[in-house]
Write a protein that binds this ligand. Structure first.
Ligand SMILES: *[C@@H]1O[C@H](CO)[C@@H](O)[C@H](O)[C@H]1NC(C)=O
Ligand SMILES: *[C@@H]1O[C@H](CO)[C@@H](O)[C@H](O)[C@H]1NC(C)=O
Ligand SMILES: *[C@@H]1O[C@H](CO)[C@@H](O)[C@H](O)[C@H]1NC(C)=O
Ligand SMILES: *[C@@H]1O[C@H](CO)[C@@H](O)[C@H](O)[C@H]1NC(C)=O
Ligand SMILES: *[C@@H]1O[C@H](CO)[C@@H](O)[C@H](O)[C@H]1NC(C)=O
Ligand SMILES: *[C@@H]1O[C@H](CO)[C@@H](O)[C@H](O)[C@H]1NC(C)=O
Ligand SMILES: *[C@@H]1O[C@H](CO)[C@@H](O)[C@H](O)[C@H]1NC(C)=O
Ligand SMILES: *[C@@H]1O[C@H](CO)[C@@H](O)[C@H](O)[C@H]1NC(C)=O
Length: 454
């Protein structure tokens, strides 16, 4: 047997074994733990889906309804893609036994109401995509219990009311994106919005609604704009409001502040804007520089550092000696000692606008002896392992053939990357600047929302 033949043989054995173990529906493509049934003309869920599935792609089909326990035979499921179907309701317990689900895409469907029970039990869910549906109503508890949520996209719907009070620090500690843009919100419960956790406010997208122009609204956006939130900065022109609620008298309120001259905007912000915690491990004697990068920017900032061993430090307080603060806020320690370990906190103050922001760095200084012994030891171990591997390769390689093509492997690889580009290329969507919610506008039938042809 030549090398190529034997490889093919083993691949075949492997495939047969794998196939007999779990059946893949004929209209789907199963590779590894991914099952893709996208654009397969499905009107209902396939009967038996392989129970090992981690990713299931059902997008671009004609599903209209999902029954109870639809996916309960897939306990390992983490990613469920169902964009571009005709789903208008979900029944009770539809996601029963899917407590491991992390990403759920129901965008471009026909959902009308987000009922309280829809997403029950999905407490590990991190990302929920519901843009481009017909959602008019969000029930108060619809997002409760999903305590791992990071990003929720509900743009391009018909929402007139959203239960902001149900989003709280303790109920949704990780939520950083709530996209409610391009809906029909008119009057918001601004007190509830102001009470949202800081991270949620920072990632709250409300542009292109039919907001009513008033001072409370203006004041809030004014502050978000001042703090440089991307949600406001990236869509300045789309932030419109209607004067006296008249849609014909719509103004871009971040450009035309004239109308709000009589509003008193609270100038002082009571809380420090953000805290970015980071940590750093160095060896004793290293020189370190800690930048004071906060959400504030501009030339008129002043900086102070609170250090664990030396108290408050301001620029010029340590005149170029062992520890110093530059006027741009950077703290420098010429040679660290173990005693310099601890939490360093920088405060940037913009006295003109009455804002301040803090940044924290946790510095750990280690004794060099322990460190260098460790690295020396691991390097030695690494060398020995490499040497053994080289010897194994030289003496024990079973067959050496120079023209050994690997058709099966190559085919599989390219097939995988094209067939699953929609589900696997997660980074792609991250590179869009928060524009997952804009995609229904640019995508058309026949193209899915990641832009790949189907
Ligand atoms: C769903 O989960 C419950 C409890 O973990 C278990 O008893 C039940 O067998 C599961 N159902 C299926 C269909 O796997
Ligand atoms: C604004 O929202 C409407 C629907 O509410 C949509 O048709 C329109 O395309 C959106 N405009 C922008 C610029 O997003
Ligand atoms: C602002 O208030 C003044 C006096 O109270 C009034 O004359 C003026 O019309 C108001 N301007 C706007 C834009 O409401
Ligand atoms: C930051 O702002 C708060 C509230 O405005 C204020 O009490 C505090 O002193 C400020 N911190 C500094 C370092 O200026
Ligand atoms: C610099 O620091 C030293 C001791 O730390 C002090 O004696 C000296 O006056 C300082 N010089 C200036 C210009 O602050
Ligand atoms: C601040 O200034 C110091 C010294 O000029 C420089 O080394 C450091 O990189 C600067 N930091 C930033 C964030 O620009
Ligand atoms: C660190 O602190 C200890 C006791 O607090 C002191 O004895 C020692 O000299 C300090 N070391 C340095 C390098 O400052
Ligand atoms: C800083 O780091 C040390 C060790 O890396 C850790 O023990 C300590 O809890 C950290 N402190 C904070 C406030 O995170």
């Amino acid at each position: 047997m030549t090398c190529g033949q034997s490889k093919g043989f083993f691949l075949l054995i492997f495939c047969l074994f794998h196939e007999s173990e779990q059946s893949c529906p004929s209209v789907c493509l199963c590779i590894s733990d991914t099952v893709s049934c996208s654009s397969s003309g499905l009107v209902r869920l396939p009967w038996s889906l392989p129970s090992f599935s981690v990713t299931l792609d059902l997008s671009h089909n004609y599903l209209t309804w999902l029954g109870p326990r639809s996916f309960s035979s897939l306990p390992r499921l983490e990613n469920l893609w169902m964009a571009h179907n005709q789903i208008s309701t979900l029944s009770y317990d539809v996601f029963k036994n899917l407590s491991g689900l992390r990403h759920l895409d129901l965008s471009s469907n026909k959902l009308e109401v987000l009922k309280q029970y829809y997403f029950q039990g999905l407490w590990r869910l991190e990302e929920l995509r519901l843009f481009n549906n017909k959602i008019a109503q969000v029930e108060a508890g619809a997002l409760s219990h999903m305590s791992s949520l990071k990003k929720v996209y509900i743009s391009f719907n018909q929402i007139t009311y959203f239960p902001f009070f149900s989003i709280q620090e303790h109920s949704h500690p990780f939520l950083v994106m709530l996209d409610l843009s391009s809906n029909r919100l008119t009057r918001l419960p601004w007190e509830d919005v102001k009470a949202l956790p800081g991270l949620v406010q920072r990632g709250l997208y409300l542009h292109n609604n039919s907001l009513l122009c008033d001072c409370t609204m203006y004041s809030l956006f004014w502050h978000w704009n001042l703090r440089g939130y991307n949600s406001v900065k990236d869509f300045t022109n789309e932030h419109t409001c209607n004067i006296h609620g008249d849609p014909r008298a719509s103004i871009k309120f971040l450009h035309h502040s004239r109308f709000f001259l009589n509003c008193t905007v609270e100038k002082a912000v009571t809380q420090p804007v953000t805290v970015l915690l980071s940590s750093m491990v160095v060896l004793e004697g290293d020189k370190i520089r800690l930048d004071c990068q906060t959400t504030l920017s501009g030339a008129e900032l002043s900086f102070t550092w609170l250090s664990p061993s030396r108290g408050f430090l301001a620029p010029a307080s340590g005149n170029g000696t062992l520890i110093s603060v530059f006027s741009n806020g950077t703290l420098q320690i010429e040679a660290t000692s173990v005693n310099d370990s601890g939490l360093y906190q920088c405060t940037a103050v913009d006295s003109k606008r009455g804002l301040n922001a803090t940044r924290e760095v946790n510095v750990s200084v280690l004794l060099p002896a322990a460190g260098s012994f460790n690295t020396g030891y691991t390097t030695l171990l690494g060398c020995i392992v490499t040497l053994i591997l080289i010897l194994v390769y030289v003496f024990l390689t079973p067959c050496r053939c120079r023209h050994c093509k690997e058709p099966a492997a190559a085919y599989h690889h390219s097939n995988l990357s094209s067939a699953f580009s929609s589900t696997r290329d997660k980074p792609k969507i991250e590179t869009f600047k928060h524009v997952a919610f804009m995609e229904p506008m640019i995508s058309e039938e026949g193209k899915n929302e990641w832009g790949t042809e189907s």
